[in-house]
Write a new protein. Structure first.
Length: 603
């Protein structure tokens, strides 16, 4: 990341021993009686755990080391022969301190891993006991087995004062049949998290927002990274730690500011957790510093050519590529549109162009949440297609949050496959859509777009995590975002003003019918929705022609009469899946433009 400058203020710089090394040191330091067995659960990958088991075996200790994070999934990966498996029944624990489906969610992505195998997930009666899963296994050749999988958790009160049930490291030592010790153990992951939160909250921050320009949290720590070919099955404890640090700090600054929980207008500054793997000790450094210069160069991702056709773009576009594609649309051979712009907090330009035409005007935007990158390409592709029509009437604003986008690119250099929610909001830390007090900065572009065009439809392109999103130090399920934790296909959120309900439904029907012409998209949706149902339960959305939709009325006069929010599970995808994502985004936008022409005129 950008080198620390003299203007950085270091709040904390601390090294912690690796939990696994500590355990091995303690266990081998004393003379072992014959028959000593050890079972441990911690944040380490399978190869490291197996090597540690061998080391302990050489000193006479029989050790079994498991993953503390997603223990059921790791049990299937490490201890069950999947070949020839015919039927699996998982009884998952229900704990009074956790949401009822917490452990069904933590079993994700079992439905995908066991595709083609008869799988049933059923809840056990609620119990305060240490959670465990019971698994019935049946193979084609008639073999049967019943496994009990321990899921070590602790009940604790978090920094917000909420009582939570969270995964924890755990150590159990036996001498023969006698249990010598058995209990939770604060791993380096949990200690780093606690130290980071304590150090930030102990600071004497200014009385009002923003509290800093940028708050860097650099963490190097061992961890778990499971990367199968299927994106939806990715598991990564470093990514999870980034998410938990970012959202926990947002929640704490929210409370400090006196705002309501979840208020997206909070402007603490830019909170930047940068969590990287270490194969030794863990280290945590926290510093505040001024924003980096807006022109700071970040290397382009591999495989991105400057002049690649938009439709073939296999990863997030570089800002220069966005600008180049935007210029072509704005200049539209011989019939240039009306350009306008706003300025971001860090001094980047939010570009937009208005092309006047005959039909109803539509605003198409992308990049409000800057780690949702397929919408930027989708907005440009839809606008490019419209620019070729002689009378198309539209505004395009492909990148609404360029500061967040720059941070996303910066974070993707060390960790291209992490979801990086720290890059979701603006450099001030707020969601640009909800900014309602001057200086409006980025937000001015959207208002100007609606004012200039009089658009009754805003197609606002978004994305969400392509694999599971967790907060393992804070109750596992992301607080306030429980609905978004696992993928559920490409889906639509439609918001309308009072009196527009019937038109909103007709427009949604039209878009869904168009999307249904892609068999590949319908198959993608069907598969992800099926997996969602197994782990998360029923979807609180209606499914229209194969696409999940939520239509609701809003009472907000600073928006278009109709807003179509597109949601593709695009965070962390590259290559053909990324092309597939912006294919769907562009198709939805163009279908919505066509749909507007069929609606009855304004009342
Ligand atoms: Zn979004």
């Amino acid at each position: 990341m950008t080198p620390t400058t003299s203007s950085a203020r270091v709040l904390l710089d601390v090294a912690l021993p690796r939990t696994l090394d500590q355990w091995i040191g303690t266990l081998t330091a004393r003379p072992m009686k014959p028959g000593t067995t050890v079972e441990g659960w911690l944040y380490e990958g399978v190869e490291t755990r197996r090597a540690a088991e061998q080391r302990l075996a050489s000193t006479g200790i029989e050790a079994h080391l498991h993953s503390a994070y997603k223990p059921l999934v790791h049990h299937f990966l490490e201890s069950i022969e999947l070949r020839g498996l015919r039927r699996v029944v998982v009884r998952y624990p229900v704990h009074p301190t956790a949401p009822a489906r917490r452990f069904a969610l933590e079993a994700y992505p079992l439905a995908d891993m066991l595709a083609g195998i008869d799988l049933e997930l059923t809840p056990m009666p609620p119990a305060e006991a240490q959670p465990h899963y019971e698994v019935d296994l049946e193979w084609e050749d008639g073999r049967r087995r019943q496994d009990v999988v321990f899921a070590p958790n602790r009940v604790h009160v978090d920094a917000l004062g909420e009582t939570l049930l969270s995964p924890t490291a755990w150590l159990r030592v036996r001498q023969g049949a006698i249990i010598e010790s058995d209990g939770p153990h604060e791993s380096e992951h949990e200690a780093l998290f606690r130290l980071a939160i304590d150090a930030v909250m102990a600071q004497d921050w200014p009385a009002s927002e923003p509290y800093f320009e940028r708050l860097d949290l650099r963490i190097d720590v061992p961890g778990i990274a499971f990367a199968p070919p299927e994106e939806a099955s990715w598991i990564n404890s470093h990514e999870a730690l980034h998410e938990d640090l970012y959202f926990t700090l947002m929640e704490l600054f929210q409370r400090r500011s006196g705002r309501a929980a979840g208020d997206r207008r909070l402007q603490p500054g830019q909170i930047v957790p940068d969590v990287r793997p270490s194969d030794g000790a863990a280290r945590l450094r926290i510093a505040t510093r001024p924003y980096p210069a807006a022109d700071a160069q970040v290397p382009m991702s591999a495989g991105l050519g400057r002049h690649m056709a938009l439709a073939e773009t296999t990863g997030p576009l570089a800002p220069a590529q966005v600008a180049e594609a935007f210029d072509r649309i704005a200049d539209r051979q011989g019939r240039p549109g009306h350009r306008f712009a706003a300025m971001s907090r860090q001094g980047r330009t939010v570009s937009a162009v208005y092309h006047r035409g005959s039909g109803p005007a539509v605003l198409i935007s992308g990049g409000q949440h800057a780690n949702e990158t397929s919408g930027v390409v989708g907005a440009l592709r839809a606008a490019q297609a419209l620019a070729e029509r002689p009378d198309a009437h539209f505004v395009v604003m492909p990148l609404e949050n360029p500061d967040g986008y720059a941070l996303h690119r910066e974070l993707c250099v060390p960790a291209p496959r992490h979801m990086h929610h720290a890059a979701r909001y603006t450099a001030l830390g707020d969601d640009v859509e909800f900014r309602d007090a001057p200086p409006l900065l980025e937000r001015e572009a959207r208002q100007e777009a609606l004012r200039l065009s009089g658009a009754d439809l805003h197609v606002n392109m978004h994305g969400y995590p392509a694999h599971e999103w967790t907060r393992p130090m804070s109750g596992y399920i992301p607080r306030g975002f429980a609905f978004w934790t696992v993928p559920k296909g490409f889906f639509l959120i439609v918001r309308h003003h009072a009196g527009w309900g019937e038109r909103a439904r007709r427009l949604t029907e039209h878009v869904c019918l168009e999307l249904a012409s892609s068999q590949a998209l319908m198959e993608f949706n069907r598969k992800q929705l099926a997996s969602y149902n197994v782990h998360a339960g029923d979807l609180p959305f209606e499914v229209i022609h194969g696409t999940a939709c939520m239509i609701s009325e809003v009472d907000r006069q600073d928006t278009a009469a109709l807003t179509l929010i597109t949601e593709f599970p695009d965070e962390t995808i590259y290559g053909a899946p990324f092309v597939f994502a912006h294919d769907a985004q562009a198709a939805a936008a163009l279908a919505a433009v066509d749909g507007m022409r069929h609606l009855s005129p304004n009342p």
